[in-house]
Design a protein around this ligand. Structure first.
Ligand code: SF4
Ligand code: SF4
Length: 126
């Protein structure tokens, strides 16, 4: 008797669930809507970067590195494998040069391949 009660209880619910279709996100088979303010990979507006190093100084995860040769010659390097996606670099930059967007697809088996030179500024009158 209890078995019949259980079936009577479960069957409509199972049917409703099947009729509704999947409730989870089908990503990567379909696009995914990310919430506003999602913090993904770090990007740069290279022309705005002054090489001041504030973003490097304030990064809590050593995700950024500044190689400076002189005032005009520097490289700003990003290490996504260390990045905590906290957004502090964007907060710290006084020039609006560095920012995070919703780019989150960057998986690889090779950590070195993730490293990106964001700015490679060379002195123009050498
Ligand atoms: S998002 Fe945070 S952890 Fe990543 S580079 Fe910027 S400051 Fe560093
Ligand atoms: S991104 Fe901004 S804070 Fe970082 S070095 Fe460039 S100008 Fe300075």
């Amino acid at each position: 008797m209890r078995c019949l009660e259980s079936i009577a209880y479960l069957f409509p619910r199972i049917w409703r669930t099947l009729a509704r279709g999947p409730q989870t996100v089908a990503y990567p088979l379909s696009p995914i809507d990310l919430p506003a303010g999602y913090r993904g990979r770090v990007h740069i507006r290279a022309e705005l970067c002054r090489g001041c190093g504030l973003c490097v100084r304030d990064c809590p995860a050593f995700g950024l590195e500044l190689e400076r040769e002189d005032r005009e010659t520097f490289r700003l390097i990003y290490h996504p494998d260390r990045c905590a996606y906290c957004g502090q670099c964007e907060e710290s930059c006084n020039f609006g040069a560095i920012y995070l967007d919703n780019d989150f697809v960057h998986g690889t088996f090779n950590r070195e391949a993730l490293i990106e030179v964001l700015v490679d500024r060379k002195r123009t009158n050498k």
